[in-house]
Design a protein around this ligand. Structure first.
Ligand code: SF4
Ligand code: SF4
Length: 305
């Protein structure tokens, strides 16, 4: 029996229990994706201004079967960091795959868009001997995509876009707006984003279409809860018992925790296959929020109430 959207949400965004699914991608979801695989549109993954941390987050934390899922089921046709092919052959293949599937494929953009100097701060490759700025690549592929998944905090501008922003970094959404590109953009922020947020959003898009988004373009199934409201230290906050140093019992607000401003489900999902998460060990830096890092700096200093 095919998996329903309700069952899918229960698995990926289930409440209460700490869950991490990318390590094993529950059999029902794998089976549903496999059944859809023949008709699945390709996923093209390109990278602008960023550190490759989103790719590492995805690949580091997953069970070996994720390679099979990404290559055979999700049909990831281009990813410059992990694909075997390289250089001009790989770059030409990217454009050919896009042209063959124009209007159908999903585009993943990892990192931010550098617009200064006519986009020449970030060159993506060459076509017919001419350099192609990442801005032009994103415009062309973005226009032909069914949807764009803007990965990482850099999809919002992030660290590359922090003041004084000499390379004119824009978020993917702002870049498209400035060029009148109408393709829907799904933001999957985080520094880096949790692998479940990446795989879960791609899987939802393939099986059921674009998931429900919040005002900042983030899937509500992953970014719909406030870290602070669900934090294991919340009772200390309510009692006004604040830790003055790490290791001391209490809420970490006065050490600079940004949990009261941060929407994400890290509190139940955990990191590194649910071994730990930021607030458990240290504090929340607010990495899923627009305006980060500028609006959340300085770190480890109380800036929120
Ligand atoms: S301020 Fe931080 S440590 Fe304190 S309750 Fe909120 S999220 Fe938890
Ligand atoms: S706890 Fe805060 S800093 Fe850590 S991943 Fe979640 S939103 Fe980002």
């Amino acid at each position: 029996m095919p998996i329903t959207r309700r069952q899918f949400l229960k698995v990926f965004a289930g409440t209460g229990v700490a869950v991490t699914v990318s390590g094993s991608l529950l059999p029902e979801i794998v089976s549903a994706l496999e059944k859809a695989a023949a008709g699945n549109p390709p996923v093209l993954w390109i990278q602008g201004a960023g550190c490759t941390g989103c790719s590492v987050s995805l690949l580091n934390t997953t069970h070996p079967t994720i390679a099979e899922v990404l290559l055979n089921i999700i049909s990831l046709k281009f990813h410059q960091t992990v694909m075997a092919s390289a250089g001009q052959t790989a770059y030409d293949y990217l454009w050919e795959t896009a042209d063959k599937n124009y209007g159908k494929y999903f585009l993943v953009t990892e990192g931010a868009i550098e617009t200064a100097n006519e986009g020449r701060c970030c060159l993506s490759g060459e076509r017919s001997g001419k350099e192609v700025p990442f801005t032009d690549l994103t415009m062309y592929l973005g226009k032909g995509a069914a949807a764009v998944l803007a990965l990482g905090q850099c999809g919002f501008g992030g660290i590359p876009g922090a003041e004084p922003n000499p390379t004119g970094v824009k978020s993917v959404r702002d870049f498209f707006k400035s060029r009148a590109v109408k393709t829907p953009v799904i933001n999957i922020p985080g520094c880096p984003p949790h692998p479940d947020w990446i795989v879960g959003t791609i899987a939802h898009a393939l099986l059921f279409g674009i998931p429900e988004l919040d005002d900042d373009g983030r899937p509500k199934m992953f970014y719909g809860t406030l870290v602070h409201d669900n934090c294991p230290y919340r009772s200390y906050y309510d009692e006004k018992k604040f830790a003055k140093s790490f290791g001391e019992v209490g809420c970490r607000l006065e050490l600079g925790c940004k949990g009261p401003e941060s929407y994400a489900d890290c509190w139940k999902r955990g990191w590194n296959n649910n071994v730990n998460w930021c607030v458990h060990n240290s504090l929340c830096l607010g990495c899923t929020q627009p305006g980060w890092p500028d609006n959340f700096s300085p770190f480890y200093v109380k800036t929120t109430g």
